[in-house]
Design a protein around this ligand. Structure first.
Ligand code: UDP
Length: 464
């Protein structure tokens, strides 16, 4: 942290893709840099800027062209990304320009890897540019190979598994959905591949992971894609406690029902409840929602289930009255607080990368119900590689049935494997704390970055 009267040593602008799962880790990185004496500013869209309130981090608006309603105004992914590139480039450039005549000119842009164009903007201003990948290294490893032609679509499977150096064999159901069905979200698939077009020109590449978690996965690609692992980007209170009062990310696109959840949790016994969340983007089918609802009810465990406002009408009719106190439905919560609550015994998750890292960092057994994107691969690691939970199995129609929900809950909460899972969970939590703690592998990478930035100030100032 900067002391009073002291000059900032460098100014980093951090630019996330404007969704909850991207703002959180990039904002956390900004806070971490601020805690090490840099000036950090989060640049985000005019629509999302009002949702960000983080101590020690400035917030500045840029435009994606959809200032009133954000993504939903765009209509589709391709239109959104195209507009963001055009308007985002211009307004990011204006932001850098605005600071150029102040005593805190921007020295580096840390941009979400979804926006390779931001590197061009940084270079036009002769400042540093760093790409930040918000997914696992395993996922980057696969997409890098696809981008560079080392792997080709459709993927060639051996004994039904994809073989990639440094990765365990991945069955077709473990692969990111964009590769299981390349036609499903062509704009996102193209974007995932485009992330790598100019990473060789970026001054740094960061991955939200840590060495112990994905050592082989990172090593096997490091010659081609030398990313620095700086994670887990989870608020400091849950890990190393070196950033004062850093117990939340500082951005929430929905209103969290913190008091209601805390009051409900307070009445529950230690490790007795199941926390269920599918993150900020997954939209379950009505059939899948019903199966989960009845599975949770019939399991008998008290559950706190986050169902976003847009998903509420998929719940079975009268479900709330039927389950009453036993299943609490919240439209949003502070997930970290719930995971860390003494009453929480397991986390039923879609295995978004942030949720996965949060489960590992806080040390909570998980049940994976992946639905799209990288969640399938993360769920495989949860179950088979880190052994911190199970993946609930789908039937031939792709639905996780209520019996499977009950079976998974029993297995993780009290079954034979639960003790082993709990041991592993404790191990990974310690390794996560070690990585981000003083002198840990991630901390060292962040320090190197900070030291480099502060001794090689570009942008019309000192250049060594
Ligand atoms: N989250 C939250 N409250 C909720 C549900 C989710 O704060 O009720 C946060 C969660 O802590 C995580 C993020 O939203 O940091 C979701 O990111 P993730 O990568 O897990 O999934 P995505 O939403 O991108 O699919």
């Amino acid at each position: 942290m900067k002391m009073e009267g002291e000059q900032y040593r460098a100014h980093v602008v951090v630019l996330p893709y404007p969704s909850q799962g991207h703002i959180n880790p990039l904002l956390q990185f900004a806070k971490r840099l601020a805690s090490k004496g840099l000036k950090a500013t989060l640049a985000t869209t005019r629509y999302t800027v009002k949702f960000v309130h983080a101590p020690n981090v400035g917030v500045e608006p840029i435009s994606d062209g959809f200032d009133e309603e954000g993504f939903s105004q765009a209509g589709n992914e391709a239109a959104f990304l195209k507009s963001f590139e055009e308007r985002g480039s211009r307004t990011l450039s204006e932001l850098i320009e605005k600071y150029s005549s102040t005593d805190t000119p921007v020295t580096c842009v840390v941009y979400d890897s979804f926006f390779p164009w931001a590197l061009n903007v940084a270079k036009q201003h002769d400042i540093f540019g760093a790409a930040f990948f918000t997914n696992s290294i395993t996922i980057s490893n696969i997409f890098y190979r696809l981008h560079s032609g080392l792997l080709k679509l459709p993927l060639e499977l051996h004994d039904e598994a994809l073989l990639v150096p440094g990765l365990p064999p991945l069955n077709s159901w473990d692969l990111p959905s964009f590769l299981q069905s390349p036609g499903s979200y062509p704009a996102y698939l193209a974007m995932k591949l485009r992330q790598f077009t100019n990473t060789d020109k970026a001054d740094w590449t960061f991955g939200n992971s840590f060495e112990a978690l994905e050592y082989e996965e990172a090593k096997s690609i490091s010659d081609l894609w030398p990313a620095k692992l700086i994670g887990p980007m989870v608020p400091s209170t849950y890990l190393d406690c070196r950033i004062d009062k850093d117990d939340a990310y500082g951005a929430s696109l929905w209103k969290p029902l913190n008091f209601e959840c805390a009051n409900w949790l307070e009445t529950k016994l230690p490790k007795s409840i199941v926390y269920v969340s599918f993150g900020s983007m997954v939209s379950l089918t009505a059939e899948q929602t019903e199966e989960i609802a009845w599975g949770l009810k019939e399991s008998g465990f008290p559950c706190l289930w986050v169902v976003r406002p847009s998903e509420l009408d998929k719940l079975p009719q009268g479900f709330g009255e039927l389950v009453q106190e036993k299943v609490m439905i919240a439209t949003w919560c502070n997930q970290l607080e719930v995971l860390a609550n003494q009453a929480t015994g397991c986390f039923m998750t879609h295995c978004g990368w942030n949720s996965t890292l949060e489960g590992l960092s806080i040390g909570i057994p998980m049940i994976g119900i992946p639905r799209w994107a990288d969640q399938f691969t993360n769920a495989k690691y949860v179950e088979e590689i880190w052994e911190v939970g199970v993946r609930a199995k789908e039937d031939e129609e792709g639905v996780v049935r209520r019996e499977e929900v009950i079976k998974s809950l029993n297995e993780v909460m009290r079954g034979e494997r639960s003790n082993e899972i709990k041991r592993n969970v404790r191990k990974w939590r310690e390794l996560a704390k070690e990585a981000i703690g003083e002198g840990g592998s991630s901390d060292r990478c962040i320090n190197e970055f900070v030291e480099h930035l502060t001794s090689h100030v570009k942008g019309g100032r000192q250049v060594c």
